[in-house]
Design a protein around this ligand. Sequence first.
Ligand code: UDP
Length: 383
Amino acid sequence: MKNFLLVGAGFSNAVIARELAEQGHRVTVIDQRNHVAGNCHSERDSETDVMVHIYGPHIFHTDNERVWNYINRFGEWMPFINRVKTISQGAVYSLPINLHTINQFFGKTCSPAEAKLLIESQADMSISDPQTFEEQAMRFVGKDLYKAFFYGYTKKQWGVEPKELPASILKRLPVRFNYDDNYFAHKYQGMPKEGYTAIVKNILNHPNIEVRLNTAFSQDMKAKFDHIFWSGPLDAYFDFELGRLGYRTLDFEVFRAEGDYQGNAVINYGDENVPYTRISEHKHFAPWEQHAKTICYREFSRLCEEKDIPYYPIRLVKDKALLKQYVDKANKETQVTFVGRLGTYRYLDMDVTIKEALETAEHIKEALASNQVLAPFYVNMDV
Ligand code: UDP
């Protein structure tokens, strides 16, 4: 039996804690915040009674049956399909780009085959292997749709020209030649009936797990534990001694209204001159509930500074160079494993986070069984 300290109580460490506890180890989970669930934290708004995604919208979607079954052990999940709209140049369109979007945008009534031809006539087919966000967009949707839906939004979201960003960011979004407007293409999608925090609390509810909130990590804790799982920022573990990895942070302008404000959970704003990227109306994330009032988050993205909450790892060339240095440093550690979005500095969806946490716990079990030193990383950190 080992004595583990897990720093950060988001999905990564909650799942690792549970698995290690079930393996018979003693687990202490600390978080400097006054709640568990990290940035997935949800809380009922006292004024409207709406369940609010405090750190911005989180929609659970996965193709991974194991992950889906796992989270269903810890609470009830309700059917939810994310159908995003976007407002651009004074009109509202369906996202992700689908046959409706294409027909609306070009003022046509194309069939799927006609729409394919239309998009091919727009696309830059000379780009065979798109490397950047811009190339990916030019290759798959062409200039006009790119400008209307992606250019301005992406510049606002990431603070750089889309040609500086990797194609992988846009690859998150499909282009469809039918009327399917489900934002995600995954087999399973849903919302926790009582919010994400209730799920994470249930995951952590085990006799071998002790949770301490409002507790920051300090170096002297190391001596009391066999091993540490660190889900905070990788550079923060080393007191930023090599510099700071770049993140985007989000500011939310919260406002309330009577009834229904925008008729949908998420509406994006594609125009560059609208300063926010999207508005989330939280009651629509829980369509099974009824509320007279409504609460919305107007979302602004900007560079993360020292006192801000890190959200999206930027991973531009300079960040990757610094990341490599931190990974080299981390690889020399024998008492800590870095996990999750912040610990490994990757843009991770919740389902991938949970999948990796389950796999990490398996690796730990194997390593302990064969008396190996636990590794700093159990995911591929090639930069
Ligand atoms: N994106 C865009 N316009 C949109 C929605 C998304 O340009 O209306 C781009 C943007 O660069 C964003 C990326 O596609 O960062 C991925 O979008 P997703 O909705 O997956 O972002 P998330 O919800 O994780 O912020």
